[in-house]
Design a protein around this ligand. Structure first.
Ligand SMILES: *[C@@H]1O[C@H](CO)[C@@H](O)[C@H](O)[C@H]1NC(C)=O
Ligand SMILES: *[C@@H]1O[C@H](CO)[C@@H](O)[C@H](O)[C@H]1NC(C)=O
Ligand SMILES: *[C@@H]1O[C@H](CO)[C@@H](O)[C@H](O)[C@H]1NC(C)=O
Ligand SMILES: *[C@@H]1O[C@H](CO)[C@@H](O)[C@H](O)[C@H]1NC(C)=O
Ligand SMILES: *[C@@H]1O[C@H](CO)[C@@H](O)[C@H](O)[C@H]1NC(C)=O
Length: 411
């Protein structure tokens, strides 16, 4: 009898301990990054959008960064203003509309619009942020409440939210089109944009301490407590400011990595060579977080690049060790200390945008029927971070997955 119990308890504890751990690099639940704040409800990149993301206990609050005519770093997704502000309805600015063409290695702009680099910061304060078009179900009643803010104001706000909610939020700015903004703001090393962002972060103490390389493993109840903002008994206030810096431009990623220990997030949807063992070896020298468009982790790199008509050299891919299918990609990234942070998981009132919903390519063997199936797949893969919209939904599904991980109870 006695021995049977101990056999059972050994069996049980080994089951519990192996199944308690998520497949992420550090074994903790995937982190949620609020994409442009909480744009499913608020105009993106507004004070309201960031505040709501904090209210929903998100782990990181994402700003995109561009630059005004008078060299102020501001938070905005596009280099232009027409789709997320009311600029077109302001007669005073009518003459700012123009055609603009820029072609760099990683940046191409060819459009007629109102461009942020034609406005001073003071002028931007005369313009209101609005919900992006084509989402009539998103609340429109915040459309005349907020103005485009500076990166400094964003950082002040995150600091204020940290005080109000008494919890840490990570900041994770994306440098938009660095080639363009460095061209518009020349400097001796050609890195005015990166240097400006880095000096802002250094002044605010982001360089002082970095988080431990592995966070302590969360235990039963920690995730729910964190969502409810209840601190565990053992809680110690961190002595670091949590941050990561993103860019689609690999030269910018390399430059940032040479200047700071803040992790660099390499964004991508166009670089086939990265999704190979040798490609990841190279990536690991400057980025600890790979952020692919999510479909690369569903369709697999080969089908994804074929279907999006991004050409690659088959001989070269083979010489780099061949394309890594999603599970292998996660394993090989983690082996090299690289975490994965795919984008973007939309509000469930929107389509997923995955190729499998529109293509009949036979390589697309699986397709999530809804957001629950989609997130479950990414949680199970061991995705370390997810850029999400409608954070409440993602929190709910993450809690359900934690329950499954700990007790094997499916959802
Ligand atoms: C820019 O867009 C215009 C209008 O769509 C097009 O005619 C032109 O060829 C484009 N130029 C470049 C360089 O892509
Ligand atoms: C942050 O809090 C300070 C002090 O209450 C306040 O003066 C400032 O306006 C706040 N800034 C933002 C961006 O919320
Ligand atoms: C913030 O949380 C810490 C840790 O639980 C606690 O010691 C402190 O009193 C809290 N501060 C406020 C203002 O509630
Ligand atoms: C493809 O890659 C191989 C191996 O890296 C190289 O020798 C070859 O020249 C490349 N072919 C083309 C068309 O670029
Ligand atoms: C797949 O889709 C393409 C284009 O939509 C269509 O032309 C083709 O007939 C389809 N093939 C199959 C096997 O359904």
């Amino acid at each position: 009898m006695f021995s049977r119990i101990s056999v059972l308890s050994v069996l049980f504890s080994s089951l519990v301990s192996s199944s308690c751990v998520w497949n992420t690099l550090d074994g903790n639940p995937s982190r949620l990054v609020g994409h442009r704040g909480e744009k499913a409800f608020m105009p993106e990149h507004s004070l309201g959008s960031y505040h709501m993301a904090a209210f929903e206990s998100v782990d990181y609050i994402e700003p995109d960064v561009v630059v005004t005519k008078d060299q102020v770093l501001v938070v905005l997704h596009n280099e232009w203003l027409s789709d997320t502000t009311n600029v077109a309805s302001i007669p005073k600015f009518a003459d700012r509309k123009r055609s603009y063409l820029y072609e760099g290695k990683y940046t191409k702009i060819n459009r007629t619009d109102y461009f942020v680099f034609d406005f001073t910061y003071a002028e931007l304060q005369e313009i209101y942020q609005v919900q992006a078009p084509n989402f009539p179900y998103r609340p429109q009643y915040f459309n005349r409440d907020f103005h485009i803010m500076s990166l400094d104001t964003y950082l002040d706000q995150v600091q204020n939210l940290t005080t109000v909610f008494n919890r840490t939020y990570g900041v994770i700015p994306e440098l938009k089109s660095p080639e363009l903004f460095n061209y518009l703001n020349p400097s001796s090393n050609g890195r005015w944009f990166e240097d400006s962002l880095l000096s802002t972060f250094e002044k605010r103490g982001f360089f002082a301490n970095q988080p431990p390389s592995r966070s302590p493993l969360q235990i039963e109840g920690d995730l729910l407590n964190s969502v409810l903002n209840i601190k565990p008994a053992s809680y110690q206030a961190p002595n670091y400011k949590l941050a990561a810096i993103q860019s689609f431009d690999p030269d910018t990623c390399k430059y940032i990595a040479s200047k700071t220990k803040i992790p660099v997030v390499a964004l991508d949807s166009t670089k086939p060579t990265w999704y190979t063992p040798k490609g990841l070896d190279t990536l690991a020298t400057f980025s600890k977080i790979l952020s692919p468009y999510k479909d690369i982790m569903v369709a697999g790199p080969e089908a994804f690049f074929d279907l999006t008509k991004i050409s690659y050299n088959k001989t070269e891919i083979a010489s780099l060790g061949g394309f890594l299918q999603p599970k292998d990609l996660v394993r090989e990234c983690h082996k090299r200390g690289i975490e994965l942070s795919p984008y973007t998981f939309y509000d469930s009132r929107q389509a997923s945008g995955l190729l499998c919903t529109s293509s009949n390519d036979t390589r697309l063997t699986w397709c999530p029927k809804n957001k629950k199936e989609e997130l479950k797949y990414f949680f199970e893969l061991g995705t370390d971070y997810l850029f999400v919209e409608n954070i409440f939904e993602a929190q709910m599904l993450r809690l359900a997955h934690d329950f499954k991980t700990r007790y094997g109870i499916d959802y």
